[in-house]
Design a protein around this ligand. Structure first.
Ligand code: WTA
Length: 640
């Protein structure tokens, strides 16, 4: 990682509503619980809390336990009551360019109707409702309607295959599933509900299926079980008061991705989660709810969509862009078209998307006026300095800070990120936010103050997961067994530099050990991606008799450059110079695309399966499953 070109986060909003970052750090350090209580009081509570944290059963923490509130009332009613009903909550932009403008008042109306519809189906507080929808406004409505009546939503990403949806519905015991007749993806329509039908038959606990009619795709309905969303809303009463709920009432379950074991049903609660997302969204992104237009490109089916497309932005009362489509449909400049059209002020996306845009060339963003942008966010994986600089220069016009935000499904909200007015180094997520305590530990649990170690969070925080659904034991063993119940083990390795800035190196399971030397996949990928002829890269380890493990690099060349022996030699030399001879790949496999989840994470597990000759495991979470065929051929028949 390089540390070139620090950028200072400007204080546009902070200038009007000064945020003194250093004072905030100091305030939180001096009185952590008092600080979190202040953040929680930005929300509207039906009954104010008197206890901030009950940690008597640690690590099963309870935040604001005697307070009551409702998440949907915090996202909608209080803004409408404050006279902001006409403010746009979402500019929805469909795949084919259709638009819908959804105001806070309009959203509140629809949420109330659908909440009444759910009640009509017998849903009560504590019941689990599955949601399996594409990026359409009804997905937000369904989530908030659940929150309104205390039902617990479990959103399963729209790209999951029927079997994966069924497994997650069975695991959480959902009584109702909200889905869609068909979903659009790059001009094609998939009949979602019809494809689910066979799996749904295997779920005895599932009483009702609600179907949003979005595309007119073939959709057989089973009488007694299936109903149309539109019919239910039309028949439902318009008023459904939000139910005050204890702060610790579960708001949602979300099954985490990317693990080789069975998916983990991460449980988030109402008061703590909402405090975390509202606070971080406002602070980290320098939010000015009265003027900003926020664009988070994450899918609603992942935690980034939950926290920064739904709950954070709505609780803060800002206007968002909600884009249904893929970043390259109908054309590869669509995001930049949307930025110009809606006057987007903050863009929050993932490094993989930035690298894809880089490979498509500067000319596409250059066709649009991006001058409304004033801050750029990044999440999901370490951002390599090359992508950071490109994002900063080409998208941000050199004026917008790039805010690298580190967090996880489990943490609920951003934990490590630079603050307005502070300095960020490209490739580093900077410091833990005020109120958050992180430490690096070595394998023995000794703190590392300047060097590499295991990232841990050493104090509870309001938006932390409370447990894994139905599996307290797994919660304890996954996160709190290694260093005790005071220390949450993140599962990432990181480096701490002399300024106290954290550099996330990647999952600890993505560390490659070559001849006894630990190399981070992230570091190698960043080095490879820094070569001008490279658009994207992933590295995996293969067993090697001599060195224990060896590196295989999967590389997408940039701008039409051919992957050939000459480029391979250049890359090997380049890595030697950047990291050392140890990190030189044993083999380079050229590929037009890498296998990625729809949320943009490279599925290295599949690449490892390919190069080690194992049958490839579950590919249902892949954004483009066809990528695997091309890769299988490339691995079997090297081009040279
Ligand atoms: C990785 C996504 C480096 C990390 C919000 C973490 C990051 C995992 C960053 C969580 C970042 C997320 N820099 N790595 N800014 N953000 N990660 O649960 O390995 O889908 O543990 O949550 O993504 O992924 P999850």
């Amino acid at each position: 990682m390089t540390t070139a070109g620090p950028s200072t986060v400007p204080r546009s909003f902070a200038a009007r509503h000064p945020v003194d970052a250093e004072a905030l750090y100091a305030r939180a350090a001096a009185d952590r619980l008092g600080f979190w209580a202040e953040q929680a009081r930005h929300l509207a509570w039906d009954k104010p809390f008197t206890t901030v944290l009950d940690d008597t059963e640690a690590p099963f923490h309870r935040w604001f336990p005697d307070g009551t509130l409702n998440a949907s009332a915090n996202c909608l009613d209080r803004h409408v009551a404050a006279g902001l009903g006409d403010r746009v909550a979402y500019h929805w932009h469909g795949e084919e360019g259709e638009t819908r403008t959804i105001t806070y008042a309009g959203l509140l109306d629809e949420v109330q109707r659908f909440a009444n519809a759910l009640k009509g189906l017998g849903v009560t507080a504590g019941d689990v409702v599955g949601i399996h929808l594409p990026m359409i406004p009804e997905a937000v409505v369904a989530m908030l309607a659940c929150a309104r009546i205390g039902a617990v939503h479990n959103v399963v990403f729209g790209g999951f295959a029927p079997q994966a949806v069924g497994e997650r519905m069975a695991a959480c015991g959902a009584r109702v599933l909200v889905t869609v007749d068909g979903a659009r993806r790059k001009g094609r329509v998939t009949a979602v509900k019809q494809a689910l039908d066979e799996t749904l038959e295997t779920l005895p606990g599932l009483e009702h299926v609600v179907v949003v009619g979005a595309t007119g795709a073939p959709c057989p309905m089973r009488p007694g079980r299936d109903s149309w969303y539109g019919d239910l809303c039309a028949a439902a009463g318009p008023d459904c008061p939000a139910v005050p709920l204890p702060a610790e009432h579960p708001l949602f379950l979300l099954y985490s991705s990317g693990s080789t074991a069975a998916p983990k049903g991460i449980v988030h609660t109402t008061g703590g989660y909402l405090t975390g997302v509202t606070y971080t969204h406002r602070l980290v992104f320098d939010l000015d709810p009265d003027h900003d237009v926020w664009f988070c490109t994450a899918d609603i089916g992942w935690i980034t969509g939950h926290s920064y497309l739904v709950y954070g932005p709505l609780a803060n009362g800002v206007t968002s862009v909600l884009f249904e489509g893929a970043p390259d449909h109908p054309h590869k400049g669509i995001w930049w078209e949307l930025v110009e059209r809606y006057g987007v002020t903050q863009l929050y996306t993932a490094p993989t998307a930035i690298r894809a845009a880089m490979s498509w060339g500067e000319e596409l963003p250059g066709r649009h006026d991006l001058s409304s942008l004033r801050l750029l966010g990044s999440v999901g994986e370490p951002i390599n300095p090359t992508a950071w600089h490109w994002y900063h220069r080409v998208i941000g016009g050199g004026r917008c800070p790039v805010v690298d935000t580190w967090w996880q499904t489990e943490t609920g909200s951003i934990m490590i990120a630079p603050l307005p007015g502070t300095t960020a180094k490209p490739g580093s997520a900077a410091r833990p936010l005020p109120g958050v305590s992180a430490a690096l530990l070595d394998a023995d649990g000794t703190p590392v103050t300047n060097g590499t170690g295991l990232l841990t969070l050493t104090q509870p925080w309001p938006s932390m997961l409370r447990t894994l659904h139905g599996d307290d034991e797994r919660y304890l063993s996954t996160y709190f067994s290694r260093f005790g119940k005071e220390t949450y083990v993140v599962g990432d390795a990181a480096r701490l530099d002399e300024d106290g800035h954290f550099w996330i190196l990647g999952r600890t399971d993505d560390v490659i050990n070559v001849s006894g030397h630990r190399l981070s996949t992230a570091e190698m990928e960043s080095a490879i991606a820094a070569h001008p002829a490279v658009a994207d890269a992933a590295v995996v380890a293969v067993p090697d008799e001599l060195t224990g493990q060896a590196v295989v690099a999967f590389v997408t060349p940039a701008d039409g450059r051919a992957g050939d022996a000459a480029l391979e030699a250049e890359l090997r030399e380049h890595i030697s110079v950047r990291i050392g001879k140890l990190a030189r790949p044993k083999r380079v496999v050229w590929t037009e695309a890498l296998p990625k989840t729809r949320s943009g994470k490279i599925m290295r597990r599949l690449l490892r399966d390919l190069v080690t000759g194992r049958p490839t495991g579950d590919v249902t979470t892949l954004g483009e499953p066809a990528v695997m065929d091309a890769l299988t051929a490339a691995v079997a028949h090297p081009a040279h």
